[in-house]
Design a protein around this ligand. Sequence first.
Ligand code: SF4
Ligand code: SF4
Length: 147
Amino acid sequence: MKSPIGEVIRGFMSLVTGMGVTIRQFFKPNVTVQYPHASLKMTGRYRGHIELVRDPATGLSLCIACKSCEKACPSDCIAVEGVKRDGEKRKSATDFKVDFTKCSLCGSCVEVCPTDALKFSRNYNLAGTSREAYYLDLLKRLQTENK
Ligand code: SF4
Ligand code: SF4
């Protein structure tokens, strides 16, 4: 039979151990944030949806509308259109849509691009109440969001 004094001592030691853990954690730096009021910076290897890369010289997309990414995409979720304007050596994209509902983030489009015009975004908090929210117009995003 266990002695009542031994039970009290064990209970007290258990309390001290628990408080020790609590006090140690109390002084450690926070590893969580108050999402959605604060958000973490994603690492370089994080893959959000693809986005267009801006040419630093012109401020426009580096895409030459070659459609290599469209052909390489195994999920058929990229649609690119482009034109070759007078006086320009290469085509430039006039429309670049991605259906992110079908994207597997495989990276084939990023790898195949001859001008490094595509990269993965760091966007991890896309949210929407309809499929349409995930049909992305990358040219429009480049113009409005990445400046
Ligand atoms: S990451 Fe893969 S699935 Fe997604 S758009 Fe690019 S090629 Fe298609
Ligand atoms: S592979 Fe690159 S340059 Fe060609 S259409 Fe896609 S994003 Fe544009």
